[in-house]
Design a protein around this ligand. Structure first.
Ligand code: ATP
Ligand code: MG
Length: 145
């Protein structure tokens, strides 16, 4: 059976649910060699949370980029056994906006993402990124939870 969503974007922030989103896309890809996957991660300039407060901005930025590189390498390894076309994409800006724009410009058929991400406020069902993508993306969105 051919999968109707042939170019899939996975919005990836390294969270558990982003991991699940990646696995979901991988499952689709395993069913059809024509499915391709774009794993998109967006650097948020104002959200360098989780870093030591005493580090300078430059040090934090450097560490952040290093962590990002490692994260993307891990993803690359996870996808390495797929015969499908896959690519890693790093963007900068507001995540929801970048994800939506990328999807439009690159003829993405489906966006797969987690309901929540790395943020620590868990009262709401959707995080701000998933909320905004669902709200504003003209492309279909699959939210995993
Ligand atoms: P908030 O960020 O609003 O505090 P949260 O972190 O719990 O809340 P979101 O950021 O909306 O929730 O994360 C939901 C999903 O959106 C993640 O599972 C991931 O798929 C995607 N996502 C979030 N941030 C990014 C990002 N910077 N780059 C790519 N995808 C992202
Ligand atoms: Mg978040």
């Amino acid at each position: 059976m051919a999968v109707i969503y042939s170019r899939i974007l996975v919005a990836y922030d390294g969270s558990e649910l982003a991991e699940k989103a990646l696995e979901t896309a991988k499952n689709f890809a395993e069913q059809d060699p024509n499915v391709s996957i774009d794993v998109v991660t967006v650097q948020e300039p104002f959200k360098l949370y989780g870093y030591h407060i005493e580090l300078s901005y430059e040090q934090i930025q450097k560490q952040y980029e290093q962590d990002l590189k490692e994260m993307m390498n891990e993803v690359r390894e996870k996808l390495a056994d797929l015969p499908n076309q896959t690519q890693m994409v790093e963007l900068k800006g507001y995540p929801a906006r970048e994800i939506i724009e990328y999807a439009e410009k690159n003829d993405i058929d489906l966006i797969v993402m987690g309901s929540r991400g790395l943020g620590n406020i868990k009262e709401l069902f959707l995080g701000s990124v998933s909320h905004n993508v669902v709200q504003h993306s003209p492309k279909p969105v699959l939210i995993v939870k």
